[in-house]
Ligand binder design. Structure first.
Ligand code: ATP
Ligand code: MG
Length: 341
């Protein structure tokens, strides 16, 4: 479905150019960690060239659900736009559905469904009209489009909102409508750029349920996310991207096995005390990470390690023994936390 080799996208920026603007609403956690991609050269005007995607390789097979996990600015959307044939690569090879987007963009786009990071629904139109208008872009005849829209309204659980204007929908409903819109041409490959960012937990679960259902129908899903739980739930395989590069690739469970111990003990000793306690925990667990607000002890024997910490005279303010997650993989590989770094 997708084959990328040494795929690169460089952006040139004038000296005065600001960072790409982002809508504040898009970023639920202002603290999301970010490492900037490398700036590779400085032009004569003082402007810089930034490698947003820096020589990545990836393959996605038909029917797979594949994830790109990374922090702000990692290069996820840039990668998605190249796959979606709306952004030209700077160099490398890229084949989507057996075709090169540099030469056959329109043919590829006709077979793709795209859910961009920011909803681009027409807020003046109703739910149904949005689907109808989008379907017409693909040149679908009305006789095919009308029943298709009914199916999609059912799928997106938006039948009761069909004649409402989009501006009256909740964030979760808008996202479901954007997904429904992306499916109007019955694509074999659906690209979803941060499908649930900014949604509340319930709205996210409804969306995940819809995406599971799509998976079962055999649609290939490629999604980006910075939510570890989303990646673990939805992706059979994923890559972790950091500063334009892929730093790891695999099934979530395999990545966790490779890069983390089975369990993690999270202990908090209070402001400024974590680093004081750390030297006294020598020999406990396989490895200890110090975060600004807590220590993470990587181990296969969480409960007994916690007891050992207490036995050494250090009573944590809070303590939690949990299973290792993709968050731990991310931390190990990038040195930063995705959730609250
Ligand atoms: N049109 C552009 N011009 C210049 N730089 C850009 C442009 N679009 C993206 N960038 C830069 O390229 C890098 C990668 O951006 P990209 O949007 O692909 O990241 P992302 O992983 O999708 O981040 P986010 O989680 O915030 O959506 C960032 O440093 C960004 O500022
Ligand atoms: Mg993005």
């Amino acid at each position: 479905m997708i084959r990328a080799r040494a795929l690169t996208k460089a952006y040139s920026r004038a000296a005065s150019a600001k960072r790409a603007e982002r809508r504040p609403s898009e970023d639920t956690s202002a603290k999301r960690a970010e490492r900037r991609p490398s700036e590779v050269s400085t032009g004569s005007d003082g402007g810089r060239t930034l490698l947003a995607v820096d020589g990545i390789d990836l393959d996605v097979a038909a029917g797979e659900s594949f994830g790109i996990l990374g922090a702000n600015g990692a290069g996820k959307s840039t990668t998605m736009r190249m796959i979606g044939a709306t952004l030209q690569r700077t160099s490398g090879e890229l084949t989507i559905l057996g075709r090169d987007p540099a030469h056959e963009g329109p043919v590829i786009r006709a077979h793709l469904g795209v859910v961009p990071q920011q909803d681009t629904l027409d807020t003046e139109l109703t739910v149904r009209e949005n689907l109808l208008t989008y379907g017409r872009y693909f040149g679908l005849p009305r006789t095919a489009l009308v029943p298709r829209i009914e199916e999609l309204l059912d799928f997106a659980q938006l039948q009761d909102k069909r004649d409402e204007k989009v501006e009256a929908l909740s964030g979760g409903m808008k996202r479901r409508l954007t997904i429904a819109r992306g499916l109007v041409n019955d694509p074999s490959l659906l690209l979803l750029d941060e499908p649930t960012t900014g949604l509340d937990p319930q709205a996210r679960h409804i969306l995940w349920d819809r995406l599971y259902q799509l998976r079962e129908t055999g649609v290939t899903l490629v999604l980006t996310t910075h939510y570890m739980d989303e990646a673990e739930q939805l992706c059979e395989r994923l890559v972790i991207m950091d500063a334009g590069r892929i730093v790891a690739e695999g099934a979530p469970a395999d990545l966790i096995r490779t890069y983390s111990s089975r369990e993690v003990v999270e202990v908090r000793f209070g402001t400024n005390r974590n680093s004081e306690v750390l030297p006294h925990l020598h020999g406990i667990g396989d490895r200890i990470e110090e975060l600004p607000d807590r220590l993470l002890v990587y181990t296969d024997t969480g409960e007994s390690d916690l007891q050992e910490i207490v036995a050494r005279g250090f009573m944590p303010v809070t303590a939690l023994v949990r299973r290792a997650s993709l968050e731990d993989v991310f931390l190990r590989l990038t040195g930063r936390s995705l959730v609250d770094g």
